[in-house]
Structure formats: structure tokens, C-alpha cells
Design a protein around this ligand. Sequence first.
Ligand SMILES: Nc1ncnc2c1ncn2[C@@H]1O[C@H](COP(=O)(O)OP(=O)(O)OP(=O)(O)O)[C@@H](O)[C@H]1O
Length: 471
Amino acid sequence: MVRGTKRRRSPVEKPKAVALNRDDTILVDEDDVAVGDSQCPSTKSYARLVGIRRGVATIDLTDDNFVCGRGSEDATVNYNFSALVHDAGLYRFISKIQFAINRDADTRRVYLHDHSRNGTLVNQEMLGKGQSRELNNGDLISIGIPALIIFVYETADDNQYPEELVRKYHVTTHSLGKGGFGKVLLGYKRSDRSVVAIKCLNTQYSTRCSRAIAKARDIRNEVEVMKKLSHPNIVAIYDWITVSKYSYMVIEYVGGGEFFSKVVDSKYQRMGLGESLGKYFAYQLIDAVMYLHSVGICHRDIKPENILCTDKSERCILKLTDFGMAKTTAMSKMKTRCGTPSYNAPEIVANEGVEYTPKVDIWSLGCVLFITFSGYPPFSEEYTDMSMENQVMKGRLVFHSQWRHITLETQNMIKWMLTVEPTNRPSAVELMSTEWMKCADCRTAKQDIAKSLAKPVARFCATTTKMISFP
Ligand SMILES: Nc1ncnc2c1ncn2[C@@H]1O[C@H](COP(=O)(O)OP(=O)(O)OP(=O)(O)O)[C@@H](O)[C@H]1O
């Protein structure tokens, strides 16, 4: 039930229950449902708490002091989270008075004041009882722990992002990562509050030297390529909005971080992920590349940093991303030297202006799998006995003690992928049809991928949210 200290009740209508969803029943006054329309002409909201978890309402803020919590006889709140009573994981964290939103009458700045025992977080940072923090447009508010995000704070007058973008998405200040051309922010679709990643690209400059020497990123090409793709191990694109020199790619949110972090995780002690887990991931990546090549796309920048994990579990689903260098092979010949040096195939490193083929992806994949199984890269500037260019051109591989735990079959597969002569290198189809791929780990991977497709789209939040105003 929603309780307000100073709520305006319609003199003629009684409050009634509005079923939002299975466990979303919230008591609202009918005149509270519509926000900012003619029913409350005298009270203009200065900001909004956008509810992004099932059962949390969206609230227009008009009062300078607004209190949220479980509430009780002796603790009056403006919003009482009672619809979350069945969401035990969250409800038990909520204090009678969780936090207050205060607007300074003079400066008009807005602060969140934490009153709770378990704490309130702004942008994943814990405030703690008695602490305050200024709120800015797009800030995330969580309860108890970072994952329990309940609101996005949105001001009425912020125009940091173009109207075309904010009309469809809540853009938060929470950064998921940075790339050479810009940042990636957490966002939510306005239509259903499902979570997305918003890649904000400045089309005019790159902060990375390696990219600065490459030709300017062709974002249109990147988007066109992504739009053609539909595969469980490839990040999906939902939307693309370009306004002046900024481009916003709205893509599938993949919450487990880069595969690179997994490979270098201290729990594996730089020994690699082992035969079983390695094959589980190898299946996913080979399947993704097989699909890509079957639709005539060459990625050209496969590396652990461009592979994302769906979650932090050991056996997660991998998603190939960053199609900034990708090429539609039927459209034109591939001759450009691009990609990341330590993952580049010899025919790219040779840089003779000779046409190369999608087999360059198989080489890069071989490098990724080499690290996955062993914990160290096959080619590196740090190996001082030979220049990296020579290591690659000669296909020089050194199998240290880490490989003692890996079968000869697996070692041979990696060697095959890292064959210098592209015509002798296998295609993804050939890799997939080997006996090596007919193992229990590959079958498990296939089943897990199918299960991941059956799950609803990743979300932090509710699919339906009613708006409630507190004049
Ligand atoms: N879909 C996503 N979901 C969650 N986090 C993401 C997503 N895409 C990217 N990130 C995070 O943002 C970081 C930067 O993304 P990305 O590498 O795609 O940017 P970029 O500008 O294309 O970089 P680059 O200069 O390598 O091309 C990633 O390393 C990752 O941590």
C-alpha cells in the first residue's frame, strides 16, 4: 500500500487496488496514476524516482522532503514499499525509514539522506546511516547491496543526452566500461524497464593510439553488421541514435564483465581455466565464429577483451562484441591492417597489401583459446628472444608447464588454429565437426546456451510500473 503524509485525495473517488502484475498490486488513487497531466496542474515535479524493480512505483517528486521506507505507526513515510513484501530478498533490507530525498530551498540541489540500518547506495556506493549525498540526473539508488537497484533518479530539466535517446531510454550515470571512442552506460528501456547497455561514441576522436592510426571508426558499418546478426553468443543491438557528433548504440546488456578478467582471475593462478572449462568456452566461441562466417561477416578483432560474460558464475555464457572492425566479406576485399597486434594473423602482420580471408578470425580465436587453456598469451612483446612480429610470422609457440594438464588433442587443435599458412588453417565448420567437439563439455555448453535463450531478457527490474504522484 502507498501511504502519503500530505496526499491529495479526490473528494469523490475512493482509493482502489490496481493490479500491476502477479505480485505488483499497489494501492493508488486514480488521480495519482497519471503524472504531469492536467489533473495536477499546480504542482510541477522537479525530479522523478523511476522504479525499476518489480513492485516499485515511479514517483514524481514535488515536495522538498520525501521519505521512503517500510513505514509504521510511528514512522510516517511518503512511499512505503509495501508492494515488495513478497520480494523477501529485498524487503528484509528495507528499514522503517530507509532514506529521505531533500531539496535545498535556496540552492535547489537535491540530496539523498540515508536513515537506514542496512544502508542505501547511490551509484553502487554505500552511504550509511546519517550520511547524505547529492543526487544527479541518472543516479542509481540501491538498498543494502549494489545489486538491489530500485530507482533511477531523473531530473525534469537535464538535457545532457539528446531527446531522441531519452524519449526511449532512462540513461543512468552508471558506467559499465570505457572504450577508445567513448563510454558504455547502464540504461533502461522506458517501455518495459528492461536493462540495456548504451554505448556512447564520440564519432570524431579516439583516445587510443592504436585506433588513432587506423581509419576513423565506421559506426554505420558496425551497426549495419550487428543488425544482421542473431546468435546467443553475439551481443544484440536494439537501437542506434546519432545526433551531431555523438552516436548511441543501444545494445544487449551483458553483466559479467570481460572474458579477459576471467582468464586472468587470481583463482586460476595464471594456469589457465583447465581442459573442461576451456572446452566449454571453446564450443561457444567456435559456434559464434561459425555463425558469423556463415553470414559473410569477418570480425577482425577477436580477443578476450571483446568477449563478455553473462554473469560471474564459472560456467557462464560468452558473448562476442565490438564489431567496430568487422567487415562484410562479400562486399569488398579485406586488405586493411587492423585488429590488435598480439592477436593478428600472420597474413595481416605481413602487411603486404594482399587480400586475406575470414581465416584471420580463426587465428585470433586460436590465440584466445591458447590463453584460455594456459593462462599466458602465445605471442607477446614481453618475450624478448624474438620480436612479436617474428613470433607471429613463424607461428612460434612455446608450451610451458601449464600445458601438462591439457590433453594432446587440445594442444593439437590450438596448433591447427595457429597454422601460419591460412589455407592449411581450419575453418570454423571444420573445427566444429572434429571429434574434439563431441565431448560432454561441449554438449553442456550447447544445453546451457539453449537454456539461456529460454530465460527472459536480462533485467534488474519490473516489466510494468505505475506512476504515482505526491502533490
Ligand atoms: N553490452 C555490454 N554490456 C555490459 N558491459 C559492456 C557492454 N559492452 C561493453 N561493455 C563494457 O564497456 C567496455 C568498453 O566497451 P567496448 O570495448 O565495446 O567499447 P569500444 O569503444 O568499442 O572499445 P574499443 O576501443 O575496444 O573498440 C567493455 O570492456 C565492457 O566492460
